[in-house]
Design a protein around this ligand. Structure first.
Ligand SMILES: C[S@@+](CC[C@H](N)C(=O)[O-])C[C@H]1O[C@@H](n2cnc3c(N)ncnc32)[C@H](O)[C@@H]1O
Length: 433
């Protein structure tokens, strides 16, 4: 059913969209891969339906995971999406490609068969035995989420379990540390997991169809992300790897880091194919252009070839909030993607002090100035930001825009792993001259 503003609002009577459940806010391709800092599709959908029509041309200069572009594709709106991160353009491309589902399913079956044949028996025996032992141990000593264990109890429980797992490691000849193609890979994966991830990559490289290959790379990246040796409670921003079973704060019991990747990959592959197939039914033949480059310096003249923009719908990176490249370091290293980290605006690593803010104001202004000459006279420009430092009015002044309207929405959880709530502002702006 085609979404209209009224049926979007029957489910949620304000821009918070807090009546919507997780299945709706992560519908079809939006859940292809976790990504920090994305907005919910219903927000983009609401503004796109209200202000634009089929055939219009919209720019998102800070594409991210492609929420705006996906929703534009659904509505028949043409789009240009730009991001400095090559992972983000690859992810968005994988979401909006019109796939031949038969071909996808054939390639998937072939790949899963190869992976099954490459499984190391000893390793899988080790993993199954370890899981069984953990289950037994948990049922004896950690009896559920609501039981409070003292820190001493937890220490004792995990110390005793380590002995069991050491015996298993020895018996099945399992090596823990890996040698990776990068410091990150070396640090974050168990030896056996990394071996399997590399094998998957080798098999993916053999696929001839480039769209299938790219989608499978995204599935591999999703697999790598969740087979890192990270604790369950900190999977979005893990600090240190944990190579052996640990006491998990999230589940209040012993949990184990992964030792394999094939099974996870197979699960994600099935899920991803289901998601792209369900988007296939909603996708329209509208035109899209995705470019990995800097929004401050992109040559729009070359991209637009005489056309002008009907509008912009975007959410820029905020100052000192997220490291956009680093959050997907495993993908950059494993897939050999080109990094443009030095051109990222406002990364967390630069902080949010006075100097960082000053620099951020100039950098976002430059991006706004860059697309200004290509806006139609009545173009509508929307920027979504959690402007906690109230710096956007300065940015607009510096870039010579004025605010036409501001809407507000409460966000209870924007970034993965971030439980805090805050107010997000949707600025509608227009050039002053
Ligand atoms: C807040 S996110 C966008 C999220 C997006 N709306 C979504 O739903 O996924 C901001 C994006 O800006 C990108 N970015 C940072 N610096 C950039 C630059 N100089 N040029 C273009 N994109 C940049 C980041 O890589 C990130 O993907």
């Amino acid at each position: 059913m085609l979404n209209t503003i009224s049926n979007l609002f029957t489910k949620s009577n304000n821009l918070d969209f807090n009546q919507l459940n997780l299945v709706e806010t992560t519908k079809h391709v939006h859940k292809l891969h976790p990504n920090k800092g994305k907005f919910i599709p219903q927000l983009a959908e609401y503004y796109l339906i209200k202000h634009f029509k089929k055939g219009d041309l919209i720019l998102d200069p800070f594409l991210g995971s492609g929420t705006t572009v996906v929703q534009c594709k659904e509505l028949g709106i043409n789009t240009i999406g730009i991001d400095i991160s090559s992972f983000h353009t690859l992810l968005t491309k994988s979401k909006i490609t019109g796939y031949n589902s038969k071909l996808l399913e054939n390639e998937s079956r072939k790949l899963v068969k190869v992976l099954e044949s490459k499984k190391k028996k000893q390793l899988y025996l080790f993993e199954t035995t370890l899981k069984k032992k953990i289950r037994l141990y948990n049922s004896k000593y950690c009896t559920g989420k609501n039981v409070t264990l003292s820190p001493e109890d937890k220490k004792k429980i995990i110390k005793n379990f380590q002995k069991i797992q050491n015996r298993l490691l020895k018996k099945y000849k399992i090596k823990l540390n890996s040698n990776g193609e990068s410091k990150y890979i070396h640090y974050w994966f168990n030896h056996s997991t990394l071996n399997e991830l590399r094998l998957i990559k080798t098999e993916i490289e053999k696929i001839k169809n480039s769209d299938t290959k790219d989608l499978f790379k995204i599935v591999l990246s999703r697999t790598a992300r969740s087979t890192r040796s990270a604790k369950h409670q900190s999977v979005a921003s893990p600090r240190h790897p944990v190579l052996t079973p640990y006491f998990c704060k999230k589940h209040n019991k012993i949990c184990s880091p992964p030792y394999t990747a094939f099974n996870k990959f197979t699960i994600y592959l099935t899920d991803s194919i289901k998601r792209v197939n369900s988007f296939n039914h909603l996708n329209t033949p509208s035109i899209h252009t995705l470019v990995t480059t800097d929004a401050r310096t992109i040559n729009y003249k070359k991209i637009l070839k005489g056309k002008l923009l009907d509008g912009v719908f975007t959410s820029p990176p905020y100052v000192g909030q997220i490291n956009y490249h680093k959050q997907h370091q495993y993908a950059y290293d494993l897939l050999g993607l080109k990094s443009n980290i030095e051109f990222e605006i406002g990364p967390l690593s630069r902080g949010r002090g006075a100097g960082a803010r000053k620099r951020y104001i100039t950098e976002i202004s430059l991006a706004l100035i860059n697309f200004k000459p290509f806006l139609k006279p009545n173009a509508k420009v929307f920027l979504v930001a959690n402007d906690r430092f109230n710096i956007y009015p300065q940015i607009f002044t510096q870039a010579n825009y004025k605010i036409l309207k501001t809407d507000y929405r409460n966000v209870s959880r924007r970034s993965e792993g971030d439980q805090s709530s805050y107010t997000e502002t949707i600025f509608q702006i227009t050039p002053i001259n």
